[in-house]
Design a protein around this ligand. Structure first.
Ligand code: 6PG
Length: 251
């Protein structure tokens, strides 16, 4: 690791190379999952799409760490409303880079069911999956052990875009995002679900992410969805490469 900084209650870890970010996340994943499994017998992780985590998924599928896949449940943080075979499907990407290559039981994999008639119907079906898998009672939120998130250049995270009315939704677990906010309609975990997670990683690489990071950290722009993410119980870690960190005052 190149260096570490504090940002409020979050930690910022800057690395020289993307593979170091992935190795760091894998070591942390291993530790968090063992703790979760020791506590409740299962480990719940939510994974994002996008380009940044692909290196992590490829390394996870190849890692020498003996990750406890039998006890791991994988959910998606968000999805495009497209069939699973579509080039833009997050589930397709995750399957090809990770899930097809690790000994995870099929029933532990929770894709967002995009085969429903509308994005809202898919969101409702995914809420039911969350309620059942986490054994939730009414008005309870699931507590993910770990979420892997990215941040877009406009400050979006998951499929929560700046100015979206979904950012004010305090009740739903999953929401649908209409076409005018993105290229495809999308389905996403909501902010309260994200903020109930025990541990969160934001992964950012490349110089294109430097301005948005500066807005989040130095300018404290609270209007950006990524700035609304907080971890009440565990850790919120920004894992960056040097290029993404270049505009930060502490870098
Ligand atoms: C997705 C996301 C999204 C992503 C950011 C960053 O499915 O696209 O979950 O929030 O994490 O857009 O994307 P990159 O990693 O491609 O920069």
């Amino acid at each position: 690791m190149d260096h570490k900084m504090k940002f409020g209650r979050s930690k910022v870890c800057v690395f020289d190379h993307q593979n170091e970010i992935s190795d760091f996340v894998i070591r942390t994943w291993d530790r968090i999952s063992r703790r979760a499994i020791g506590r409740k017998g299962l480990f719940f992780v939510g994974l994002s799409g996008g380009k940044t985590p692909v290196d992590l998924y490829l390394r996870l599928s190849n890692t020498k760490e003996t990750l406890l896949w039998e006890k791991t449940h994988v959910f998606l943080v968000d999805e495009r409303f497209v069939p699973f075979e579509h080039p833009d499907s997050n589930y397709r990407m995750l399957k090809e880079t990770l899930l097809d290559h690790v000994p995870i039981p099929r029933e532990n994999i929770h894709p967002i069911p995009t085969g429903r008639s509308t994005p809202q119907a898919s969101a409702t079906a995914y809420e039911e999956d969350l309620e059942k898998s986490f054994g939730l009672s009414e008005n309870q939120f699931p507590e993910f052990d770990l979420l892997i998130l990215g941040i877009g250049e406009d400050g979006h995270t998951a499929s929560l875009f700046p100015g979206s009315p979904v950012l004010n939704d305090r009740m739903s677990l999953v929401a649908s995002i209409p076409l005018n906010e993105a290229k495809h309609s999308r389905i996403t975990l909501t902010l309260p679900v994200i903020n109930h997670a025990r541990h969160i990683f934001f992964l950012l690489t490349g110089k294109d992410k430097a301005p948005v990071l500066r807005k989040i950290m130095d300018e404290r722009d609270g209007s950006l969805p990524a700035s609304m993410v907080h971890c009440k119980k565990g850790s919120l870690i920004f894992a960056l490469d040097r290029e993404a960190s270049i505009l930060l005052s502490g870098s």
